[in-house]
Ligand binder design. Structure first.
Ligand code: 8YV
Length: 320
């Protein structure tokens, strides 16, 4: 039986106590985060669904969007939208929202954490203590200084700028590469990514994912960063050629890497796991209690705004 309210299909659970109440104020909520429930909803309710709740990590391709002829809004949990066919949705007049800004601090904090952990070998040092090697004949290797070093930021968006503010506190010399120079920053713009990599001690990837940046960091850029350089990725695994990265880390062409994201999550190449000059964490940039709550609330605010005004609150700008 269908209710008088329009239907909202939730492809992901929102772990906020108020989520069910807030979503059901305006919508008949269909839980579809299990494959079985989702398939059932597609079969039986596809004509009713006007709102889809999804996430940056949930595939929302054109084929899924096209199942719902009455779809008007897609509200996503997360800032990245390479998992969603936004262009296709917008071409059908469907609004798409994400959760920008609320996660900038945590992702930037994590980028700094990865820089420090990789350069100062903190994970390796912890493994050393736990393995009772401290005090043994096996010495612990020296790390690399972070303060006063040269930082290249690839992608000076909201998260990139938050990283730059933090790095300024470490007295780092900061330059950035973007598709276009920004007119609202005094940071030095480097139009050539290769020259930025040659110059930098640390290269932090904070750009968008998707086709426009696929394998932007290839063997050539990795080589330019060089044997003492450190690569940090908090954006998307697709931006780095993971095979080239693994090779460079193994043969000493690159000094180290701190990775939050991977080409084929949750799969991490075994070859990377065996290396001590790489720090591997499981896509946790936004994963704090405070930030995940704020992201969930912003999804609910977007759904409410759509229901009450017909416009989502934080739309993704129209893609060309
Ligand atoms: C994920 C992220 O959203 O916001 C993004 O783009 O990659 C993360 O914050 C999070 O893992 C939930 O899907």
């Amino acid at each position: 039986m269908t209710s008088a309210k329009p239907a909202l299909l939730q492809l992901i659970p929102l772990s906020l106590p108020e989520a069910a109440r807030r979503l059901s104020t305006h919508f008949d909520v269909i839980e579809g985060w299990n494959t079985e429930d989702r398939e059932h909803a597609i079969k039986t309710r596809s004509q009713d669904v006007s709102v889809l709740v999804t996430s940056a990590m949930t595939a929302t391709p054109a084929t899924l969007i096209d199942h719902f002829p009455a779809l008007k809004a897609i509200c996503s949990f997360g800032v990245g939208y390479d998992s969603i066919d936004v262009r296709h949705a917008q071409q059908q007049g469907i609004q798409v929202s994400n959760t920008p800004d609320v996660l900038n601090d945590c992702v930037a904090d994590e980028a700094m954490g990865l820089m420090l952990t990789t350069a100062r070998r903190l994970s390796q040092a912890e493994r050393y203590v736990r393995a009772n090697l401290w005090g043994s004949s096996t010495g612990f290797p020296l790390g690399t200084k972070v303060s006063h070093k040269k930082l290249g930021i690839v992608g000076l968006g909201r998260i990139g700028q938050a990283i730059a503010r933090r790095a300024a506190g470490f007295d780092m010399d900061i330059r950035y590469h973007n598709r276009r120079q920004r007119d609202d920053t005094r940071l030095t713009y480097e139009p050539s990514l290769k020259r930025l990599a040659e110059w930098a001690d640390f290269l932090v990837i904070a750009t968008v994912g998707g086709d426009s940046t696929r394998k932007l960091i290839d063997a050539d850029i990795i080589k330019a960063l060089g044997p003492t350089g450190i690569l940090i990725n908090i954006s998307r695994g697709s931006v780095i050629d993971e095979t080239a990265l693994t090779q460079a880390l193994s043969n000493g062409e690159l000094g180290g890497a701190g990775l939050d994201v991977y080409e084929n999550e949750p799969k991490v190449p075994e070859a990377l796991k065996s290396l001590d000059n790489v720090v591997l964490v499981p896509h946790i940039g936004s994963a704090t209690i405070e930030t995940r709550r704020a992201m969930g609330e912003l999804v609910l605010d977007n759904v409410d705004a759509y229901a009450t005004s017909g416009r989502v609150l934080t739309p993704i700008q129209a893609l060309a």
